[in-house]
Design a protein around this ligand. Structure first.
Ligand code: GTP
Ligand code: MG
Length: 198
């Protein structure tokens, strides 16, 4: 799979607007501002593909990207937990995100993006529980690793890998990542290759 050939497909604000539920896709989930869109841009080596922002809550629709093989997609999910979004809007996203996760047959795996300095917040725990109950495999991307020294970053990876393996067994993998340095891209693409080529 050539991730650098990814192209924007469609933005959906509810399940009915999503592309046909066939083929295979991988969704990037995580708290607002965690670095989901940046990770997609690093993976695809295309800084302009997914919109990133210093303002949390930038991605407010489910954005789909086509890959170079027909029927394969990447999905950029809206961030959870942005305090300044009005309650009604939050509930709207929560509902549609929930529906997407529950009903999307072509969803083959979730990449949970967490800031390596602030992992395992309430939303992250929810996603982990959700993966446990649905058996959808999880890949944890501990991003912004460029903000830490190598030693401390690696020790967080090892601790979380152990903790998550106890919950999800071989359905989970954990890596450090930096969109800024494009570090960890090969590990990420290898995992996605596995999921998307099943
Ligand atoms: P929402 O769409 O609002 O949910 O956010 P997001 O998770 O898509 O985050 P986004 O990719 O827009 O990044 C948020 C901020 O973090 C931006 O200012 C990015 O430049 C910064 N950022 C993302 N990844 C990294 C990284 O690996 N290293 C550093 N240093 N900064 C990063
Ligand atoms: Mg985003």
């Amino acid at each position: 799979i050539h991730y650098n050939a990814a192209r924007f497909l469609i933005s959906a604000d509810k399940l009915s607007q999503c592309p046909e539920d066939s083929g295979a896709e991988v969704a990037f989930a995580g708290r607002s501002n965690a670095g989901k869109s940046s990770a997609i841009n690093a993976l695809t080596n295309n800084g302009k593909l997914a919109r990133t922002s210093k303002t949390p809550g930038r991605t407010q629709l489910i954005n789909f990207f086509d890959l170079n093989i027909e029927g394969l997609r990447l999905v950029d999910l809206p961030g959870y937990g942005y305090a300044k979004v009005p309650v009604a809007m939050k509930e709207h996203w929560q509902k549609h995100l929930d529906q997407y996760l529950q009903q999307r047959y072509s969803l083959k795996g979730v990449v949970l993006v967490m800031d390596i300095r602030h992992p395992m917040k309430e939303f992250d725990l929810m996603m982990i529980e959700w993966c446990k109950s649905t058996h959808v495999p999880l890949h944890v991307l501990l991003t912004k690793a460029d903000k830490l020294k190598r030693g401390p970053a690696q020790s967080i990876v090892l601790t979380l890998r152990k903790e998550l393996t106890q919950i999800l067994g071989d359905k989970v993998s954990v890596q450090s990542f930096s969109s800024l340095k494009r570090a960890g891209v090969d590990t990420l693409s290898a995992r996605l290759d596995e999921w998307l080529s099943q």
